[in-house]
Design a protein around this ligand. Structure first.
Ligand SMILES: Nc1ncnc2c1ncn2[C@@H]1O[C@H](COP(=O)(O)OP(=O)(O)OP(=O)(O)O)[C@@H](O)[C@H]1O
Length: 258
């Protein structure tokens, strides 16, 4: 896998927000067609990294390539779907009208709206005003909007937050289904137990990537049985060896690609 065939290829990414150097020089290679979990504590830089990938973040240095093009370029507009933490929907429109509106803007086929409503389990509230939806329904509407136009890369910022366990499982099943169809999903979460649902994990801490590998490899390498303990083991290991941030080989994810 190289920068042209990868879903996301980042070298030396630096991002300054206010006076904070939030990402001090990050490298990342994400293969296509997988569910990739971006995990790490609140404030470690997950949303900032996602914004850089979709091209809405001003960067101070480095190179961010998405599906072979520079992040944010016009050619990527329809190929990348982005779901932000704050639902970007019109409260004064019903669910179907929200989707029809966004479908028109991005040029998605109108028939796709009904299919996506079904897929995101919004059928029972299709005629409800967005303002009257529950938190979980709002986030599913946001996801539905991101799915319009069948993007090849979906960047989803904490899509499962506030969902009950049944809905969370249903959503992870949908992500796996989409990946089986060839879509790449980058899904952030600060809930470590969602790690086992991913094909690949990116663990972040303080703007640095401290691990990029499959869940199985992470647990085996750290001798733990869950992602939270693995995360703590990596940090403890780094502190004991005197390197504050654990060293991971550059582009480790790529080296595991068959
Ligand atoms: N506009 C801003 N100005 C200055 N600092 C900012 C700004 N926005 C975010 N930050 C800082 O950047 C860091 C990374 O924030 P970011 O939102 O990327 O983290 P996160 O990992 O997504 O957190 P969460 O899981 O809580 O969403 C945080 O320390 C935050 O305080």
């Amino acid at each position: 896998m190289d920068a042209d065939t990868a879903a996301i290829s980042i070298t030396g990414l630096k991002v300054l927000r206010g006076k904070n150097l939030v990402l001090p020089g990050l490298d990342l290679l994400v293969p296509r067609g997988e569910v990739v979990g971006l995990l790490g504590p609140s404030g470690c830089g997950k949303s900032t990294l996602m914004r850089a990938i979709v091209g809405t973040q001003i960067i101070s240095g480095g190179d961010v390539k998405v599906l072979g093009d520079t992040a944010g370029s016009a050619a990527l507009r329809r190929r990348v779907g982005y779901m932000t933490q704050e639902a970007s929907i019109y409260d004064d429109l019903p669910v179907t009208a929200n989707l029809n509106y966004f479908a028109k803007i991005i040029g998605a086929p109108p028939a796709q709206v009904a299919e996506i409503i079904e897929r995101t389990d919004l059928g029972s509230v299709a005629r409800a005003m967005a303002a009257d939806l529950s938190g979980g329904q709002r986030s599913r509407l946001s996801l539905a909007i991101a799915l319009l136009g069948s993007p090849e890369l979906l960047v989803l910022d904490e899509p499962t937050v506030g969902l009950d366990p049944v809905l969370r499982v249903a959503l992870w099943e949908l992500f796996a289904e989409l990946a089986a169809e060839g879509v790449t999903l980058l899904v952030s979460s600060h809930v470590m137990d969602e790690a086992t649902r991913c094909d690949r994990l990116i663990l972040m801490r303080e703007g640095q990537i401290i691990a990029q590998e499959t869940p199985g490899s992470l647990l085996e390498r750290t001798g733990t049985d869950n992602a939270e303990d693995a995360f703590l083991a990596l940090i403890r290991g780094a502190q004991e060896s005197g390197t504050d941030t654990p060293h991971v080989p550059k582009h480790r994810a790529g080296s595991e690609e068959p």
